[in-house]
Each structure stands twice: as C-alpha cells, then as structure tokens.
Write a protein that binds this ligand. Structure first.
Ligand code: P1T
Length: 397
C-alpha cells in the first residue's frame, strides 16, 4: 500500500521528509482486522485452523506454515527494508541459519572477520561440519573480498557496522565484486535497523536481522527476520521456514510490530545520544580508544556518512585492561550490565567474556576485542543521565 519515495533513498533523515518511513512502519502489513475491525493486528494464538471441507480453507491450514500475526510482521519489515519478501524466525540465529540453507555442501562462503560471536560459532562449529567452506576476511576493503573469491564461492556474508568493533563495509563495492563472481551478498543489518541503513539499495541480495534488538526495541522478545527480492531464493527460505520450523511465535510477532511503530522515533534518539556518548568518551582521559563510525577519527567515517542515515547507538571503547573494564562495568548504576542491545534502556557489556566469548582468544586479540573493551548500547533515557553514569563509573579508575 505504501511505497518509500525515491526522495527517501540514501538521504539522511535531517535532510528530507521522513514521513514515508514512519508511515510504512505504522501501517504496512497492519490493516484493521477483517473480522472485527480491530485497529491493532490481533495475536492469533492458535496452532491450527478449521477447514470448510476437504481442500477448502481460508488460506490458513496449520500455524507453523501460516499465521496472520506473523504475516503482519513479515510484510511490515519487508516494506521497511524495501524488499518484496520477508520471513520471521524464532531468533536472529535461526534467521541466519535458514539463510545459510541456500548454500550446499562443497560451496564456499566469505564472511566479515568480525561478526557477532554466535554467527561465527554457527558457521565454524556447526555448518563447517556439513562441508560448507568459510573464509573470514576484513570486508571493509572490497579487495580482500575479491582476493578470497574461489570458483565455488556462492555467498558473501557481511555485518556492517560489525559487532563490537564497528567496522564499516562498503556494501556497493562488495556487491559488485560478489555479483561478478555469481555470489549472493547477505547483510546483517541488526546494528543499524532499516531506519539508518537499507542494504538492498546498495545491491545487497538478502538482509537478516536479530529483531531481538532495535526492531523489537523493548528487550522483551527474541526473534529474527530474513528479507529479500529474489523470488527463487524467497521460495527456498519459505520452504526452509516451514520445513525446519524455527518460526516466530504469534505473541513475539506482535511484540515486534508493536516495536516497529516507534522505530523512527527511537532510532533518532539512539543516534543523537550515541553521538553524545561517543564524543564524551573520546575526550575522557581514562579511555584509550573509542569505536564509533560517527567519530571523525573512525577509519570508515566518510563511508558511514554516505551509506548510513545516522551512526546509531552502539559505541565500544577500550579502557586498557580487564581490571579497568571490571571496575567500569561494576560501577555503573543506570546502565545495565547485560548481553544484547537495541532496547530503550542502556545496556553495557564486556564482549571478550560475554557476546564474543565463543571467538578464539587469538582472533579476538587480532580484531581488537581486548579484555579492556567495553560495549554500550546507548538507550533512550535522558542523554545527560547516561553520560553522568559513565562519568561517575570512569572516575573510579
Ligand atoms: O540473539 P539472536 O536474536 O539470535 O540474534 C543473534 C545476532 C545476530 N546478529 C547480530 C549482529 C547480533 O548482535 C546478534 C545477537 N547479539 C547479541 C546478543 C549481542 O549482545 O551482541
């Protein structure tokens, strides 16, 4: 029903009218319920549907296969990413696993060397057992991707910005290199959300999300999404979703569509406070290094400005040692020490022992995931309160 106007494409929110995005977020896939007129899509908490006769039904047979609440979230997020098809899964990992089912034994996948630890674990510890070959490269330079391509390369899987080092990959450049070799490009867009980055506009083929993060936005549900335009691949993802069955439940689907209604507003605030927190940390004498694409000193700052509509609320910083990190993490009062990100509340974590504990220690060191690294998901509380909390914690060093 709603289409994002061309005016929206690749432009920063402050430069233009963003009504298109917010309107899509509130209405797409969410027409009033046909039976009652309920304005909010109901939670269809049912496992099956009564059929009128043999082979005669209302398009719904069994709830692993179809559920109207899930259909609503699938249409909604596909529209937000500018995609034709969307599939909702029980978690971000289930969505990534289903996407990798496009790859067959004997084929090769190139992956960003710094991804969420769980993604690297799925690839190296499970899927590699099925004769799928993985090479991890620094995708921030498309030449590294080009150099890693082999005759059997069928997918390039990028995370941008990466978790937790915030390395940015040039999606257009990587898509060109991958497509020349006949490989699909998948982008994990969890850190940005479609409000700040729409990878399909740069030639990416498939976008995956952990909806657990910004799309849900309230830290009250685990979920994942796959969105794409290619009909053949979409049919396969749908087939995998139904056959393997890692579907998003009706209640969790409902939580995500409730969340996306405020995505535009929330992302504006995450972005605003993220910039302020990063600037505060950059000036702080006890902070050795800040990783934030919005900082002028970030190696891909210019690319991030071009490719993203903002820089978001994820900031990592290094305080030099495990002991210093422990003091900061145990001294914060407003920020909550916890895994995850993208919720309204500020979360703070220690990647080396939490989100990236499954990554080999040598590789962690090489990537910059040191024992002194701290990651913050800047929430939408009052910015001054977040900064004051970090300030009092850093004063303990
Ligand atoms: O947790 P789940 O919904 O399965 O999503 C996995 C996932 C996928 N991709 C990215 C970029 C992620 O950050 C995650 C999950 N990350 C965390 C739990 C975390 O604290 O980093």
């Amino acid at each position: 029903m709603f289409k994002i106007s061309n005016k929206y494409k690749n432009q920063r929110p402050k430069d233009q009218n963003i009504m298109g995005f917010a309107t899509i977020a509130i209405h797409s896939g969410q027409e009033p319920d046909p039976t009652t007129g309920a304005v909010t899509v109901p939670i269809y908490q049912t496992s099956t549907y009564a059929q009128d006769g043999l082979g005669r039904h209302k398009g719904y047979e069994y709830a692993r296969t179809q559920n109207p609440t899930r259909t609503a979230v699938e249409k909604n997020i596909a529209a937000l990413e500018g995609a034709r098809f969307g599939f909702a899964f029980a978690s971000g990992m289930a969505a990534i696993d289903a996407t990798l089912r496009l790859i067959k034994a004997g084929e090769h996948v190139i992956v960003s060397d710094n991804t969420y630890g769980g993604t690297a674990r799925l690839f190296t510890k499970i899927l590699a057992n099925y004769n799928i070959e993985f090479d991890f490269v620094d995708t921030s330079d498309a030449l590294n991707v080009e150099a890693a391509i082999k005759p059997n390369t069928k997918m390039v899987f990028v995370e941008t910005p990466t978790n937790p080092i915030m390395t940015v990959t040039d999606l257009k450049a990587v898509a060109e290199v991958a497509h020349r070799a006949g490989a699909r490009v998948v982008c994990d867009n969890t850190f940005m959300s479609p409000y700040l980055q729409r990878p399909l506009e740069f030639g990416v083929d498939i976008v995956v999300h952990s909806t657990t993060k910004y799309l849900n936005g309230h830290s009250d549900g685990i979920g994942g999404m796959v969105v794409l335009n290619d009909e053949t691949d979409a049919n396969w993802i749908g087939f995998v979703q139904n056959s393997a069955g890692a579907i998003l439940s009706p209640f969790d689907s409902w939580l995500v569509i409730r969340g996306t209604k405020t995505l535009a507003l929330r992302m504006e605030q995450h972005d605003k406070s993220g910039r302020t927190v990063a600037a505060f940390l950059e000036e702080h004498p006890k902070v050795h290094k800040v990783y934030y694409p919005g900082s002028a000193s970030h190696p891909q700052h210019a690319l991030a400005k071009r490719q993203q509509r903002g820089f978001g609320g994820m900031v990592s910083f290094d305080v030099g040692s495990l002991e210093a990190a422990r003091i900061v993490l145990e001294s914060v009062k407003l920020c909550t020490l916890a895994e995850s990100l993208g919720g309204v509340e500020t979360l703070i974590c220690h990647p080396a022992t939490m989100t990236h504990a499954s990554v080999d220690p040598d590789k962690r060191q090489r990537l910059g995931i040191t024992d002194g690294l701290v990651r913050i998901s800047v929430g939408i509380e009052d910015t001054d309160d977040i900064v004051a909390d970090l300030d009092q914690a850093l004063k303990k060093l």
